[in-house]
Design a protein around this ligand. Structure first.
Ligand code: GLU
Length: 392
């Protein structure tokens, strides 16, 4: 069969593949410690589930507008104003099938052959793949741990060409866990405005932030940057709603309208009754978010201490999200070999950094229980001290 060229240029999502493999091994009775996909281990809070059940009972089981339930678009617009200082009307919002789908809609609506998209590395693995699917070109800008894995205004300026259309920023970041300060965002915003490009701010981890780090949306830093910003967000991480698949985009009207047209021919509306759960998430009590954040904060301390106590590994302390990206270069192994051997020898599942554009690192998600973290760190330590690694 001759498949379309565009699919042959992309590979399946390795985060999803490794998570599925770890789950399948567990089902077979193998004692796996999985630090693979970034998926909170908490159940969705009860009041959110109750709102969804109520919507089902009330017969909210029909098609809805492709743009999303009006009540949810309104609630999102209010949230963006209240929490992020972004002045959007409900018409500027589209409800999508998750944060990933938000970005996909945006990139397909905006990017075509000849367009360049600037992506700082380490990056979330789906960004460049989406750009490829749209026929565009990713311009990867390498950042490093010494600079907190953050792109500098100089690096951004240097990467911009007449073909640049979009810059992708993700703070708190997957996979580094780093958070840009308001000053750093301001300096990047100045370059974006001066060069007149667009920026998509992926804020999916905004609720998961530590040590007093401040979550600021780049679009809130002035009218000129606001006009060039698109916000991508969703409910998966902050409210532990990964399987619900509800995300959203907010941005300039013309662009949002284009994504609605696209969605009307691809997925139609997001599951109607699920959207009522999302309304409850935004309008209900937020203690559940804080409780989960505090649990992540404790796990972060334990994993950080343990990782840095293992010979040959080092890892900066992340300020947000629920990932650690230790440097494995002193083991002499590259990320894929390291991850495969670790799974085979010690049944610990991690994501090779190569998936995020860095081959000297692995990514561990600590959105899992403390017992798994302790056990997994014991195994990782044994692996590092084992003959396999010592020989290399
Ligand atoms: N975004 C999460 C991760 O990076 C979930 C998996 C995925 O969608 O790639 O692990």
């Amino acid at each position: 069969m001759k498949l379309a060229e565009r699919v042959s240029q992309v590979t399946p999502s390795i985060t999803l593949a490794i998570a599925a493999k770890a789950k399948a091994m567990k089902t077979e009775g193998i004692d796996v410690c999985s630090f693979s996909a970034g998926e909170p281990d908490f159940d969705t809070p009860a009041h959110i589930k109750a709102a969804c059940v109520k919507a089902l009972d009330e017969g909210k089981t029909k098609y809805g507008p492709a743009s999303g339930e009006p009540k949810l678009r309104e609630a999102i617009a209010q949230k963006l104003k209240r929490e992020n200082g972004l002045d959007y009307k409900p018409e500027n919002v589209i409800v999508t099938n998750g944060g990933k789908h938000s970005l996909y809609n945006l990139i397909i609506a905006l990017i075509e052959s000849g367009d360049e998209v600037i992506i700082p590395a380490p990056y979330w693995l789906s960004y460049p793949e989406m750009v490829t699917l749209a026929g565009g070109t990713s311009v990867i800008v390498q950042t490093d741990a010494s600079n907190g894995y953050k792109i500098t205004p100089q690096q951004l300026r240097q990467a911009i060409t007449p073909k640049t259309k979009l810059f992708i920023i993700n703070s708190p970041s997957n996979p580094t866990g780093m958070v840009y300060t308001p000053e750093e965002l301001q300096a990047l915003a100045e370059v974006i405005v001066e060069k007149d490009i667009l920026v998509v701010s992926d804020e999916i981890y905004e609720k998961i932030i530590y040590d007093g780090a401040k979550q600021v949306s780049i679009g809130s830093l002035g009218e000129e940057i606001f006009a060039r910003t698109i916000i991508s967000n969703g409910f998966a991480k902050g409210y532990s709603m990964t399987g619900w698949r509800i995300g959203y985009l907010a941005g300039p009207l013309e662009l949002i309208k284009a994504t609605i047209t696209l969605q009307s021919h691809s997925t139609s509306n997001v599951c109607t009754f699920a959207q009522y759960g999302a309304i409850a998430a935004l309008e209900g009590e937020q203690d559940c978010v804080e409780e989960m954040r505090q649990a992540f904060a404790k796990r972060r301390e334990v994993m950080y201490e343990r990782l840095n106590g293992i010979p040959r590994l080092s890892c900066p302390k992340p300020e947000g999200a629920f990932y650690m990206l230790p440097d494995i270069s002193k083991t002499g192994l590259k990320s894929l070999e390291f991850s495969n051997l670790l799974l085979e020898k010690e049944q610990v599942a991690v994501i090779p950094g190569i998936a995020f554009g860095v081959d000297n690192n692995i990514r561990l998600s600590y959105a899992t229980d403390m017992a798994t973290i302790e056990k997994g760190m014991d195994r990782l330590e044994r692996f590092i001290k084992s003959a396999t690694v010592m020989k290399s």
